[in-house]
Design a protein around this ligand. Structure first.
Ligand code: 5RP
Length: 218
């Protein structure tokens, strides 16, 4: 199986967690794109979706799935999203697609976070993938200097503006031994909107694409 086939296998398996007549939380990325395509096969069984990016909203609407404003939704049972890295503790790095802030908001509302990814995303320690940090544009240099003090090597993701009008710093070489504390410390820097550590609120279920098909880990 190719990596993309493993992503697709995980995405299709995640349909098992979608409840009838519910509003589904939908993340962003190539694995989620497979999930959206799979969700379209049961679009008459769901009420619609809340989306974490303009890209996913566009794909959902193209399939005829209604996209709700999160402000008009009281509760979300299940949020399905990918990850750039995930540990056995269900802590993740996300934001490779620059959608981390909206992803974190929808994840915060959802009762259950179902992470879908291929097995290459499983790691013992987070941080080989550079940690994305969404920053208010005027704070970019200040936040970069503060991230250096925290031990990282930030790099400005050129040419990328998030759906919220902000910029991304990708932080290399961080020693992420305590992801919950680091998530909190980076979020406390003035000018940071949020960072791509999903540790305080990690995944509840991992659907992992492997060469032998999708495996559910709880
Ligand atoms: C986007 C994300 C994605 O979930 C993450 O980058 C994984 O993407 P892919 O499914 O394309 O491997 O966090 O902001």
């Amino acid at each position: 199986m190719t990596q993309d086939e493993m992503k697709k296998a995980a995405a299709i398996k995640a349909l098992d967690f979608v409840q009838k007549d519910s509003i589904v939380g939908v993340g962003t990325g190539s694995t989620v794109n497979h999930f959206i395509d799979a969700l379209a096969t049961m679009k008459h069984d769901i009420e619609g979706a809340v989306s974490s990016s303009e890209e996913s909203s566009k794909r959902l609407r193209a399939h005829g799935i209604e996209v709700f404003d999160l402000n008009n939704v009281d509760a979300i049972d299940v949020y399905v999203d990918g990850a750039d890295e995930i540990t056995k503790h269900m802590h993740m790095i996300k934001g490779g697609g620059a959608a981390l802030t909206r992803e974190k908001i929808v994840a915060a509302v959802a009762k259950t976070f179902v992470c879908i990814c291929d097995e290459t995303k499983q790691v013992s320690v987070l941080g080989n993938f550079p940690l994305p940090v969404e920053v208010i544009p005027m704070a970019r240099s200040y936040v970069a200097r503060e991230l250096v003090k925290l031990g990282g090597d930030p790099s400005y993701r050129q040419g990328v503006v998030t759906d919220n009008g902000n910029v991304i710093l990708d932080v290399y070489n961080l020693d992420i031994i305590d992801p919950i504390t680091l998530e909190r410390d980076i979020n406390a820097l003035v000018g940071v909107v949020t960072n791509g550590l999903f540790a305080a609120r990690g995944a509840n279920i991992l659907v992992l694409g492997t060469p032998n098909g999708a495996k559910v880990i709880k």
